[in-house]
Design a protein. Structure first.
Length: 125
């Protein structure tokens, strides 16, 4: 394992006796695996507590797992309710929520929002 103590995909592959690609296929739920191999890799993932690196995964899959919530609402309770509903919908998925308040009255709102969207590379908004 890395010196940080976090298991890597290489650790999972080595202990499960499979290739890194096979571990990746298990993580990405590929149908190209037999059930015995899938179970063995999943068992090792569980034993090690391996968690895929979200940034590396986003790069490899060429997609980000971020959903954006942009709001201009001074009603904090309403925003919290919407946010809670989105978080409940995302629970159990690989997606995370990014919240960005905006000021519709700001002269730079459109430029600021465009920069935010370009930096975050959101999967959805």
């Amino acid at each position: 394992m890395k010196s940080s103590g976090q298991p890597t995909i290489n650790d999972v592959a080595r202990i499960a006796g499979v290739s890194k690609k096979t571990v990746s296929r298990v993580i990405n739920r590929s149908p190209l695996l037999n059930e015995e191999t899938r179970r063995r890799v999943e068992d090792v993932i569980g034993e090690l507590g391996y968690m895929p690196n979200p940034q590396a995964r986003a790069l490899a899959l060429r997609r980000n797992f971020l959903i954006g919530l942009v709001h201009d609402n001074p009603n904090a309770q309403m925003v919290m309710n919407v946010q809670q509903g989105i978080l409940e919908a995302l629970h159990g998925t690989e997606f995370e929520l990014v919240v960005r308040p905006v000021d519709r009255g700001s002269a730079t709102m459109l430029v600021d929002l465009r920069h935010f969207l370009e930096r975050q590379r959101l999967f959805g908004l």
